[in-house]
Design a protein around this ligand. Structure first.
Ligand SMILES: Nc1ncnc2c1ncn2[C@@H]1O[C@H](COP(=O)(O)OP(=O)(O)OP(=O)(O)O)[C@@H](O)[C@H]1O
Length: 306
């Protein structure tokens, strides 16, 4: 059974689009990334999953329940981290966490969340109103985990966290997913996070899903990046005819950079064998580079009127 299933899901805000014809399936136990630029529709999708806003049309099923209205029982099975956290300002961090645990009949002292608080270097004594953005975020993360939900829905969980804490957070999510089989659906702008953590990823742009695939497929399908520094200085693209294999071959800071499909790699390397090479790097594109490619290709398709 899927953890999340959307069929022809639409959300309009008056005449403005939120998301359009969204079809998405997230399997139970998956760690699923949801990426796209500002205003793409990530939070809109997440808010529909959390029943905070109603779809304009289409079907949405979460943990086997079709969403038709307010379903508090279903919501209590989902841990949610909103992009902007609003909490009781006069409670201390610990009191807020105790409150969240108590509502679900959980004894905070026996919960792994206290250990996670330490790993996230979170000070639970101050009042929430004195917390920095990062500390608020940590509290939000811990509150989403405290009652051991079946599904974690996280809207940009790492924004405002420093790199060490981000790393700890991802370790915790990975452990939680592995030990409890919790499904994780999270939105982010940080593609390296998706690459490190997710099995699959959906890319949304201007309210429409433009791709859903495994992270490895997305990077593998992108051919190879060949970066060459020649022993002779300066731009050698014309001299060595590099444009014949990649018309968009670039030259920056002494490095020639080509993007070639898998079936042209052999020809590219063959062409380089008799050239004076000082450094050569052949690699799969990063998710970020693939993501930019996806964007460019969709933009040019649309620009072509299709
Ligand atoms: N309450 C609202 N009223 C009107 N329009 C809205 C509302 N919320 C979102 N929108 C519009 O819906 C579209 C999708 O916004 P959404 O917040 O879902 O994007 P997002 O991908 O989460 O962006 P970001 O990365 O900036 O958080 C945008 O065009 C936005 O302006």
């Amino acid at each position: 059974m899927s953890a999340i299933q959307a069929r022809s899901l639409n959300k309009r805000y008056g005449s403005k689009r939120g998301v359009t014809d969204l079809n998405l399936e997230v399997g139970k136990g998956e760690i699923f990334g949801f990426i796209g630029p500002n205003g793409a529709g990530k939070s809109t999708t997440i808010r529909m999953i959390m029943q905070l806003i109603a779809p304009s049309s289409g079907e949405l099923t979460v943990l086997g329940s079709r969403i038709t209205g307010d379903d508090p029982k279903l919501r209590s099975r989902i841990g949610y981290l909103p992009s902007e956290i609003r909490l009781y300002p006069d409670l201390t961090g610990r009191q807020a966490l105790e409150l969240a645990a108590g509502i679900h009949g959980i004894d905070l002292k026996k919960s792994p969340v206290l250990d996670y608080a330490e790993r996230l270097q979170w000070d639970m004594k101050p009042k929430i109103k004195s917390y920095s953005l990062g500390n608020r975020k940590k509290l939000g993360i811990l509150m989403s985990l405290v009652y051991e939900p079946e599904l974690l829905v996280l809207d940009e969980p790492t924004s405002g966290l420093d790199p060490l804490v981000q790393h700890q957070f991802f370790e915790i999510v990975r452990e939680w997913n592995a030990s409890k089989g919790t499904t994780v659906f999270f939105s982010t702008h940080v593609l390296t996070e998706v690459e490190r953590l997710c099995q699959r990823v959906a890319i949304i742009r201007e309210g429409r899903l433009i791709r859903v695939s495994s992270v490895s497929e997305l990077t593998a399908a992108g051919g190879h990046i060949v970066e060459v520094t020649f022993a002779e200085p300066g731009d050698r693209r014309d001299v060595y005819g590099l444009h014949s294999l990649d018309p968009a071959a670039a030259f920056t800071d002494g490095v020639h950079r080509m993007h070639v499909s898998d079936n042209k790699l052999q020809a590219m390397l063959g062409m380089l064998t008799d050239k004076p090479i000082a450094d050569l790097n052949v690699r799969r594109p990063s998710l970020e580079e693939r993501f930019m490619d996806e964007y460019r290709s969709k933009s040019s398709t649309e620009a072509g009127g299709q």
